[in-house]
Design a protein around this ligand. Sequence first.
Ligand SMILES: [Zn+2]
Length: 287
Amino acid sequence: MKNSITIFTVLIGLSGYGQDRFSKVQIEPQKVTEKIHMLTGSGGNILIAIDEEEVVMIDSQFAPLSDKIKTTIKGITASPITYLINTHHHGDHTGGNENFNTKETTVVAHKNVRDRLKSENKDEGYIPELTLEEELELKLPSQTCMLIHVHNAHTDGDTFIYFVEENVVHMGDVFFNKRYPYIDLKSGGSINGYIKAQQRVLSTINTDTQIIPGHGPLGTYDDLVAHVEMLETISQEIQSQINAGVPKASIINETSITARYDELGYGEGFINGERLRTMIYDSLVKN
Ligand SMILES: [Zn+2]
């Protein structure tokens, strides 16, 4: 009985926190180009692309925020959302799917996103209807929208989306701008795949491309270059310590591995230096 009272109290506490948290969230639009806007609120950054009478939306944050997001979109365009693309399956990027999935809308994502959401028993309106395995090109009235899958990066179902003419890419959680990334090892993510995925984006875009990260501020090519270098440096150091037989606990406690980047503020988000070292260690020994 005592246990159940404790659990009950914890749940009340959490739900109260949740409602309060969403009620205070403001959705902030930012114009990236004439046709593309980035929306921030709580959860993954949203991209809105307007193409004549069509709208492409990338990611949908959390369901309790959908009405606020709709109001913000109406302030930008009255056209219907024809495609809602999910960069991956996590709830802070797909939570609003059902609320935006009207009869004009096709939800698009990698095949593994569909499989994962189905296995979580999400309702039909939440589930991607059009899937890709490697690449998919959406033909919009006046521009090209390329969807490219990257393997075992943040998860096993990541897609980055490149608007060629507008020269804007949305990377989902394959990029946390100016922050250490979260890598979901249980959902097929890996540090080596994450680095390769970022390199793949660099080889697809150009130095003038504007980058919408999954989390963090709008970024540049140089921001992404710096992020890849950070991950390569830390990952190589951890790998060399593993090769030298240093035990896990020592590597995780070795603050000097990330110190240079901790000082730059990379650890001030969701993932601090210690969590990053643990995640990279676990991923490297798993490979
Ligand atoms: Zn994610």
